[in-house]
Design a binder for this molecule. Structure first.
Ligand code: ATP
Ligand code: MG
Length: 419
């Protein structure tokens, strides 16, 4: 059995599967003990499209993490994201009776059940309920109405609902890899837990997770989740654009993007060139670096504009008051924060794990782009907070980073993945 002080987090991404194992010590600090990464296969835009390779990748990542942590785990908190998840603000109400009386734990339970029972399209289910505040008769904004007196209890929440089948299938893959799922959490919400400071959550912030197959976002204001969504666009689409424009390979596009990609077009010399392999991989094209980056910029611009429009549709609150935080592998593109500042007209920063203190030298030093791990680290914060009264701080055992790099390198070489 997984000991009660151990937590497993699993982010089955479209590009890589990341498994983390952490332990809460006697000082209520969360220490990451194991990290496992495997190249993803069988996933598309957050959905399992082929079960077996997904199960195998999960197994590889989890076994790697278990080996490093020197302990097996039985269950995980898992992230999920796709266009099959959508959210909205909801209000649920429970009458307490004709006369005023005290709110009991049973009433609160009924209220939470009422939120779960809200009308949904066929084959949909509630994924996460992010409670905002309770109301008692005309009193609004209560944090804990237990034992307060009134006639009608209500609750405002942001409810994330999803199509049942993609999430159940992902759960099945995780089960087949030998693990139970404690809970699913929408990826950008998890990423926000790892990156936003308490002030940013209170004053308003937008977290955008730019992945391989998806870009998802979560907006917080007044300590509440006020908007969230996902678009099937990520680094993969950028590579596709380059493949079509320059008749190159996906691996060649990825390499050129990482080596010569930048959103700071003004800093590129018009004479600069990049080398891209021909589609058959036998020769090379020479392309203008400026042309390549104009193409990348267009796709990233479109992505941010989609997020901005959806955010505006969902939330009238200024949920970007303190700014925008970028995470995910795609946030490693040079100058991406400047582009986000242009679109959102807000300060933008790259999301180091600030919501969880003193984080992950291990992850930052690994070959995994450091901000790719935001959702998984957020899952650990969420999981341990579910069991602990206070938010734990995260530490990573020193001196293990090189071991991780070696393992990841070996693993990826074995799988023949060009990263
Ligand atoms: N230096 C870089 N410049 C630009 N893009 C990068 C860089 N490093 C990584 N990426 C991109 O990050 C993406 C992978 O991101 P991430 O590791 O967050 O994937 P994932 O979580 O598996 O994907 P998803 O969130 O879609 O499930 C790839 O598309 C890759 O091109
Ligand atoms: Mg991701």
């Amino acid at each position: 059995m997984t000991p009660p002080s151990l937590y497993g987090a699993l982010d089955v991404g479209n590009h890589r599967v990341l498994a983390l194992i952490a332990e809460v010590n006697e000082r209520a600090e969360l220490l990451i003990r194991g990290v496992g990464v495997a190249p993803s296969a069988g996933m598309r835009n957050g959905q399992v499209v082929q079960l077996k390779p997904v199960v195998a990748a999960i197994r590889t990542a989890v076994e790697e993490a278990e080996l490093m942590a020197k302990t097996p785990i039985e269950s995980v908190w898992a992230a999920t994201a796709g266009t099959f998840v959508s959210g909205r603000l909801t209000r649920a109400t429970v009458p307490l009776g004709p006369r005023e009386r005290e709110v009991t734990a049973r009433d609160l339970e009924q209220l939470h059940q009422a939120v779960q029972r809200q009308p949904l399209p066929p084959a949909h289910m509630v994924l996460n309920v992010m409670t905002h505040a309770y109301g008692l008769d005309d009193q609004e904004g209560l944090l804990d109405p237990l034992e307060m007196v009134g006639r009608q209890l209500s609750m405002d929440a942001y409810v994330l609902a999803c199509q049942e089948s993609p999430v159940r299938t992902l759960e099945k893959a995780i089960n087949q890899a030998g693990l139970k799922v404690e809970e699913f959490l929408f990826t950008p919400v998890a990423a926000a837990l790892a990156t936003l400071t308490a002030d940013e959550r209170r004053l308003g912030s937008l977290v955008i997770d730019i992945g391989f197959g998806n870009t998802s976002y979560a907006a917080f204001a007044g300590d509440r989740l006020v908007a969230a969504g996902c678009f099937p666009i990520g680094g993969n689409k950028v590579n596709d654009d380059l493949v079509h424009r320059f008749h190159t390979t996906a691996a060649g596009a990825e390499k050129a993007k990482r080596q010569a990609g930048t959103m700071l077009l003004g800093e590129i010399d018009a004479e600069e060139t990049v080398q891209l392999p021909t589609i058959d991989g036998r020769g090379h094209h020479i392309a203008s670096r400026l042309d390549m980056n104009k193409i990348i910029r267009l796709r990233m611009l479109e992505t941010f504009e989609l997020v901005a429009a959806d955010l505006l549709r969902q939330s009238s609150e200024d949920s970007t008051a303190t700014g925008v935080v970028l995470v995910g592998g795609g946030s490693h593109l040079e100058g991406i924060a400047a582009l986000a500042e242009e679109v959102f007209v807000k300060r933008c920063r790259l999301g180091e794990m600030e919501g969880v203190a003193d984080t992950t030298q291990l992850l930052a030093n690994s070959e995994l782009p450091s901000r790719s791990s935001a959702a998984a680290v957020g899952l650990l914060a969420y999981a341990s907070r579910a069991r602990l009264p206070a938010m734990p701080t995260v530490h990573v055992r020193a001196g293990r980073a090189s071991m991780l790099s070696r393992m990841v390198r070996k693993l990826l070489a074995k799988k023949g993945v060009d990263r």
